[in-house]
Design a protein around this ligand. Structure first.
Ligand SMILES: [Zn+2]
Length: 77
């Protein structure tokens, strides 16, 4: 019997159908990368709105992690 693989949106929980408007998101905590749907990606989203929600969450967490004052580089001339 063939194995049926289902993809579920990490944003809203929608199950992927035959449409092809899905996106993949990957990142290592320092970056947020969006690409066309890739079945091997860690996160998949059903469309623009769910990607934007995920991006918004990522930006909020990135801001929290960068809450300390930035150190300025000292340049000796
Ligand atoms: Zn979704």
């Amino acid at each position: 019997m063939p194995r049926i693989v289902q993809y579920e949106c990490d944003g809203c929980g929608k199950i992927k159908g035959s449409d092809n408007h899905w996106f993949s998101v990957s990142g290592d905590g320092n970056s947020f990368q969006v690409s066309r749907f890739d079945r091997n990606a860690t996160s998949v989203f059903c469309g623009e709105q769910c990607v934007l929600t995920a991006l918004s969450d990522w930006l909020a967490s990135a801001k929290m992690h960068a809450a300390g004052p930035e150190k300025l580089a000292v340049v000796n001339q």
